[in-house]
Design a protein around this ligand. Structure first.
Ligand SMILES: Nc1ncnc2c1ncn2[C@@H]1O[C@H](COP(=O)(O)OP(=O)(O)O)[C@@H](O)[C@H]1O
Ligand SMILES: [Mg+2]
Length: 343
């Protein structure tokens, strides 16, 4: 379900009804030790009747709980049920910020990785948002997104809501006292994955491979570093989500093996869109969409020459990574730190 629809549901639907569709959401309240809620009311009204102190004890207010609950449902959302099978997305061009037309039409097929590049403010996130909401001429860009070459009916859009697109979360900073193991178990459970324990193992191993520094199953989510939680989200998207489309908005500087991450996601027969300023990510893609002033101005297929640059770029990147770490740890920089990566 899209973030807007989730919020509307949370504001209007009684909690008892939400827990029917999302049984695991009781854990959210257990976790906050809010046990005396009136399940027959929507969350906001129910919070109005709970003991104010129980909430402030956690350093929270009602607005934060509303927001966290939406984020919780989004993360653990029920994207089980029928899998959505699609082969391609076609983007019919709209207009840039000055109203001039952009590239008329282009198609992305399952198995493809597509990077989106362009200056800050040029409209990369906007393109991802257009894809997420399956724009139908109803966004500031006027784009239309076709699935398998055709417009979806309102009914089909509604049916697919939440199952077509996985948005890789930027962070998992909702207030939850979960360990990595709890998180994976809950997530697998909420999605009726068949081989639950196998999926959890694969997901955990993959996240650990992607993260530079290792973490254990008993690590609390709140203790994960930025890189570790990003790695966990990527593994989670690859192994637990059946959504055929994955959107990633700028994951650089996360201290993870990005080339690996991208290839793991792509192996799962998805269409991966990734907005980035990172040469390593941009060139790992099959093609890149260049955004200028809000419009798609160019589409470049990654050439063999460009692919051939990846190994050298990775070495440069590793050197810079080491330098940053040395600086952070207050060390002095030696010529060897810069040089020894060159051979
Ligand atoms: N074609 C367009 N027409 C009008 N506004 C646009 C268009 N493309 C992007 N914008 C707006 O420009 C702003 C910056 O876009 P954004 O996608 O956040 O840039 P980026 O992610 O590249 O930094 C946003 O408010 C976005 O809605
Ligand atoms: Mg952006």
């Amino acid at each position: 379900m899209s973030a807007d629809n989730l919020l509307e549901m949370v504001l209007t639907v009684p909690l008892s009804k939400i827990t029917q569709d999302y049984p695991f959401c009781k854990d959210f309240f257990l976790n906050l030790r809010i046990l005396d809620v009136d399940w027959e009311l929507p969350l906001e009204q129910a919070l109005g009747k709970t003991n104010e102190e129980a909430i402030t004890d956690f350093g929270l207010d009602k607005g934060m709980i509303l927001r966290d609950f939406c984020q919780f449902l989004e993360t653990f959302g029920n994207n089980s049920g029928k899998n959505v099978d699609i082969k391609s997305l076609t983007i019919t061009g709209g207009h840039d910020k000055s109203g001039s037309g952009e590239i008329a039409q282009w198609t992305a097929s399952v198995g493809e990785i597509i990077s989106i590049v362009g200056p800050t403010g040029s409209g990369k996130s906007r393109l991802l948002a257009d894809i997420e909401c399956l724009a139908d001429g109803d966004t500031p860009t006027g784009r239309k997104i076709l699935v398998d070459g055709r417009r979806l009916t309102d009914n089909e859009r509604f049916e697919m809501d939440g199952r077509l697109v996985a948005q890789l979360s930027q962070n998992m900073n909702f207030v939850m006292d979960l360990t990595v193991k709890d998180f994976l178990e809950m997530h697998a459970g909420s999605r009726f994955s068949k081989d639950v324990s196998g999926t959890i193992d694969r997901c955990f191993d993959c996240a650990n491979e992607l993260a530079g520094e290792r973490f254990s199953r008993d690590t609390k989510l709140t203790q994960l570093s930025g890189g570790q939680s990003r790695a966990l989200m990527i593994a989670d998207t690859a192994y637990m989500s059946s959504s055929p489309i994955v959107l990633i908005d700028e994951i650089e500087n996360a201290g993870i093996d990005r080339r690996r991450a991208i290839s793991i996601l792509a192996r799962k027969e998805k269409i991966v869109f990734i907005s980035t300023h990172d040469p390593l990510l941009a060139l790992s893609a099959d093609k890149r969409i260049v955004i200028k002033n809000g419009g798609v101005s160019k589409i470049i297929e990654t050439s063999t020459e460009e692919k051939g640059c990846l190994d050298s770029i990775e070495k440069l990147d590793a050197t810079l990574f080491r330098l940053r770490n040395s600086l952070r740890q207050g060390q002095e920089i030696k010529m060897e730190t810069v040089k020894d990566q060159e051979n």
